[in-house]
Each structure stands twice: as C-alpha cells, then as structure tokens.
Ligand binder design. Structure first.
Ligand SMILES: Cc1cc2nc3c(=O)[nH]c(=O)nc-3n(C[C@H](O)[C@H](O)[C@H](O)COP(=O)(O)OP(=O)(O)OC[C@H]3O[C@@H](n4cnc5c(N)ncnc54)[C@H](O)[C@@H]3O)c2cc1C
Length: 337
C-alpha cells in the first residue's frame, strides 16, 4: 500500500521536510500544500545566514539545537563546496558578529559548526571602527540566497516525484481521510492554523541596496545587519513582536539606514532598490513533535515542524531530518502514540 503524506507549507521548512520524507519513507507519495510559494513566504526574503544562536529560542534544548545545527551544517557545507553551489545559492563568506550586551555567550553556538571563528582583540575592534562593541568575532560561514535555494529545493522535490498544490487551509481537518500523515510546516500561521498560543509573529524588514563595494557581512545584537547578496546588499533590521503589518514603514527604513551607517559608514549613499517585510515564526522553542489529532471522529497523525523564529534557515535541514524520522516511526507503529 502506498503511503500518502501531505506537507503543509512551501517555505524552507516545508520543502526541506518534503524532501526528507521522500528519502526516509521510500515510495511515499508526497504532496506539498501551501497558499503561498516563493514571494509570499518568510523564507523568500530572509537574510539566509547560517549563524545559529540560542537567543531567539530561549527555551530550546541546547542538545536538540546542536543536533539540528550539525545536520544542517553538514548539508550546507557539502552544497557550498559542490560545483552546483552557485545554482543552489550557497556561498562561503566571512564577516563580523559584533556584540554589545554583557550577557552574550563568549563562545557562540555557531562556533562548533562554521568554518572558522576568531575573537577580535580590543585593538582590532578599534582599528575596524567597531570600538562601541564589547566583543566581536570574525566568522567564516555560509550564506544561503533564498530566492535561488527555494527554487532548487522545489526542483529536487518535484524530480523525486513530489507534487505541489496551491491551496489555503482553514484547518488541518480538511486533510483528514485523504492522507496517512500530515507534516505541519505552516511557519508564522501556526497561531491561526493550529491555535498555538505559544506562537507569535516577529516582524522583520530588509532594505536591498546597490553597494557592490561591500564584501563582508556584519551582524550586531542590536538588530542592525548587512549581508551582501549576489547583486544587492541586504540591510536590516527590525524585530517587532506582535506586529503583523506587511507594509513597508518609512520610519523603519530610516531606522535601518541609520543603524547600518553607524556600523559601516561607507554604505551611506547606496541606492535603495527594493524593500521587503516578513514575519518570523516566533516561539520560545521550535515545535518539533508528533500529535494524533481528531476531526469528526477520524484520527489524523501529524508531525509539527514550525516556530523556528530567527533561525529557520540555519535549522531548516536539521529539523526536517528529525521530522521525517518521526513520521517514519509513527507510520511503522501504526500511528499509536
Ligand atoms: C528579515 C528576516 C531575516 C531573517 N534572517 C535569517 C537568517 O539570516 N538566518 C536564519 O536562519 N533565519 C533568518 N530568518 C528567519 C527565517 O527566515 C524563518 O525562520 C524561516 O523562513 C521560516 O520558514 P517557514 O518555512 O517556517 O515559514 P514560511 O517561509 O513563511 O513558510 C510557511 C508556508 O506555510 C504556508 N501556509 C501557512 N499557513 C497556511 C494555510 N493556512 N494554508 C496553506 N498554506 C499555509 C505558507 O503558504 C508558506 O508556504 C529571518 C527572518 C526575517 C523576517
């Protein structure tokens, strides 16, 4: 008997989960169901840095975070070193992680995974114009260009026989009776779709400018960041909890430009090409767990994989590997949880 799997969501979490289900449950018929593909997803506009930290997921188990990071890093590392790296949208890039707060860990979580991390001395901080920061690290990591990477994930999924259905769901119950299992990767919509009161939106805003002279990324714990892309440089950012407006607010644009000009004065005068607003799927920890849901007397096994907050690109492959394993275990056990 063929196993029918629905994956709700076509962001980075949904597409990564869908591919992992295809490889972990051989022969499964996998359908991705989503009301937005590419542009409308948070993943599409994201900064795309692999720079995981514990700050935006304060109640996450550090052991789980490490396991997910390890899976993701090994995957992205292989992609970024492969001849297809440019087509996939993964690039190795160095930059500066600058820390103002006392509480920031001296050994950041990403240190265990990225290519290299060196702490900057006080004189290096001053030389580089970062004297206002308490600590700083020079880091070589991977940047994922999401506009390319999502296309590559989708292509890989469809080449493996996967189908995509563009459709809005008001409830996962609409899938009951049609699928053996549902992978719920609905990202920032989880408060509405599965009534999760621990989930909340965190609004973000990216300004894209033409500044080809910027060759490094810069990240601060005060929200400002600069990430060179293939053509444009992405500038951020804001983290507004509970604000769900997807409109560009010129006051945010102004605050972003002021923040990045303080960090890197030679960005001043760069021409703004476009702006993008999206909602991070905020949560105190990722929801990666199975649940047997009931709709009209019918049981529907579900694996939730959402709530990655500011870390969704970095953690996506890792949590998806684990989500697919959970699905395989449920199906093997005849959905008895
Ligand atoms: C400005 C900004 C910068 C960021 N920078 C980084 C970074 O540098 N590194 C990093 O790791 N993370 C970063 N993030 C976080 C990261 O982008 C997110 O964690 C990640 O994109 C979440 O992916 P997702 O697949 O869960 O959600 P999404 O990409 O939003 O996908 C959700 C999917 O679910 C579908 N869906 C939802 N509800 C329904 C429904 N009812 N019916 C049908 N379909 C539905 C949607 O259509 C969509 O396809 C950033 C976020 C922002 C906003």
């Amino acid at each position: 008997m063929t196993t029918d799997v629905a994956v709700v969501g076509a962001g980075v979490i949904g597409l990564s989960t869908a591919i992992n289900v295809q490889t972990t449950i051989p022969g499964a018929r996998v359908t991705v169901i989503a009301d937005k593909l590419y542009e409308g997803t948070t993943s599409y506009g994201s900064g795309g840095m692999f720079i995981p930290s514990i700050t935006s997921l304060p109640n996450e188990s550090i052991e789980d975070l490490r396991n997910w990071c390890r899976e993701s890093w090994n995957f992205y590392r292989k992609l970024s070193l492969s001849p297809e790296a440019s087509e996939i949208g993964t690039i190795i890039m160095s930059g500066y992680d600058l820390v103002d707060q006392k509480l920031h860990p001296k050994d950041p979580l990403y240190k265990e995974f990225v290519f290299s991390t060196e702490e900057l001395s006080r004189s290096e901080l001053t030389d580089l114009g970062f004297q206002q920061f308490r600590t700083g690290f020079r880091v070589t990591t991977i940047i994922i260009f999401m506009r390319k990477y999502l296309i590559w994930l989708r292509k890989r999924f469809e080449e493996n026989g996967g189908k995509i259905e563009k459709r809005h769901l008001n409830s996962l119950g609409e899938l009951s009776g049609q699928y053996d299992i549902v992978m719920n990767c609905c990202g920032p919509s989880s408060a509405q779709l599965v009534n999760d009161n621990r989930a909340y939106p965190v609004r973000g805003h990216i300004v894209r400018v033409r500044a080809p002279w910027i060759k490094h990324w810069f990240l601060t714990d005060g929200h400002s960041y600069i990430i060179p892309g293939e053509d444009l440089v992405r500038l951020g950012g804001v983290k507004q909890v509970g604000n769900t407006s997807l409109e560009v607010d010129p006051r945010d644009t102004k605050a972003i430009m002021e923040g990045v000009e303080k960090l890197c004065p030679n960005i001043k005068g760069a021409v703004v090409e476009s702006e993008w607003v999206g909602l991070r799927p905020g949560r105190d920890r990722v929801r990666l767990e199975p649940e047997i849901m009931h709709f009209g007397g019918k049981r529907l096994p579900v694996v939730h994989n959402y709530g990655h907050s500011s870390q969704g690109i970095g953690l996506s492959w890792g949590t998806s590997v684990y989500a697919a394993r959970l699905a395989a275990d449920i199906l093997k056990s005849g959905a008895k949880l």
